[in-house]
Design a protein around this ligand. Structure first.
Ligand code: SF4
Length: 338
């Protein structure tokens, strides 16, 4: 039976952290066996809010791929490619831009949330490119015939926007494009070390997959604990402690139970508890860190993965673009695009 095709990706704007790992990477490692998976390094999309800092985007392309391979994404099973090297995506974005209104983009809840986070205001400092990134994302998915898109609930409006564009396209030009389904990720968003709902570089509350043991220890020692606990024998509440929260991710079931019981009974010191957690995170991430160190010493591996992946994705995109142009009556002079 033919495997369904997944298209997903990330913007190359920084190294990946444990929030990315539990939020999406762990899923992608699992899904690469069940689906035909394409992962795009979304450099064009990264420029929507980094257009004045192209160095940052370029420098993070390899970092991102090193994180992918370190955590178990296998280039034999998953095609990893660079978005800007598939010009068909840009072309399709233009065609799609006629099929969506500005008002609809302004109403997109994901766009609204991002704008609020960046403190941007409609009509003032929003670029055409930023407002249109859901259209570009729809082109990314459909130019490769994406059937399934793994995403969290917060990304659902973007997939719905893509589905709307596809329906509109097919209703005007004929049944050419596949309407993708969302694959809702089971893993919730991972909170930051400071208790913030989001983990992120700009918030300074993240543990990166590539952090050294020293960095991990330093960061864990700064994590927020139960504020009512002053002395070691004060009765604690692990439900309000970020250290206990991370123990749930990195510590075995029995040891986790012990952490919570001892905390509640006032028999566990926060410093020792943090040191234990730091050690567990260090051990958990050790294989990824070691693989990354190897890849850092062998950049030719990353180049090969990207070159081969991009060539494969380009071939797929060309096939689909040919059908799109035929449907849109843009196939002048025969198969000029073959
Ligand atoms: Fe948190 Fe551990 Fe301190 Fe309890 S003992 S408050 S779980 S750091």
């Amino acid at each position: 039976m033919e495997k369904k095709r997944i298209v997903t990706g990330d913007r190359p704007t920084g190294k990946l952290h444990i929030g990315h790992y539990f939020g999406s990477l762990i899923n992608r490692v699992k899904l690469q066996d069940e689906y035909e998976q394409f992962i795009l390094v979304a450099d064009v999309q990264a420029l929507t809010d980094n257009f004045d800092n192209p160095e940052k985007v370029r420098n993070n392309v390899r970092e991102l791929v090193m994180d992918y391979l370190s955590c178990g994404i296998d280039p034999e099973k998953t095609t990893i490619y660079i978005q800007s090297m598939i010009p068909e995506t840009t072309e399709l974005t233009i065609y799609y831009s006629n099929l969506v209104t500005v008002a609809r983009l302004e109403r997109n809840p994901t766009v609204k949330t991002e704008l609020a986070q960046k403190k941007h205001v409609f009509g003032e400092n929003i670029t055409y490119g930023f407002l249109g990134y859901p259209v570009n994302q729809a082109a990314d998915i459909t130019i490769l015939g994406g059937e399934v898109v793994p995403a969290g609930e917060d990304q659902e409006p973007l997939i719905e926007q893509c589905r709307e564009i596809v329906r509109k396209f097919n209703s005007i030009y004929g049944d050419v494009l596949k309407e993708p389904e969302i694959y809702l990720s089971e893993n919730k968003r991972i909170k930051g070390l400071d208790g913030n709902d989001k983990m992120g570089k700009s918030l300074g509350n993240a543990i990166y997959l590539s952090d050294t043991p020293e960095e991990i220890t330093r960061k864990v020692m700064s994590a927020v604990t139960d504020p009512n606990r002053i002395k070691k024998d004060d009765l604690g509440n692990p439900d309000v402690c970020m250290v206990a929260y991370y123990h749930k991710l990195f510590t075995g079931k029995e040891d986790l139970q012990k952490v919570c019981e001892e905390c509640r009974a006032g028999k566990r010191g926060c410093v020792a508890c943090k040191k234990e957690l730091a050690q567990n995170i260090i051990e958990y991430l050790r294989p990824m860190r070691e693989k990354r160190e190897y890849l850092e010493a062998h950049p030719e591996i990353i180049d090969k993965v990207l070159l081969e992946g991009t060539a494969k994705a380009k071939k797929e995109a060309e096939k689909i673009m040919k059908k799109i142009k035929q449907a849109m009556k843009l196939d002048y002079f025969g198969n000029i695009n073959k």
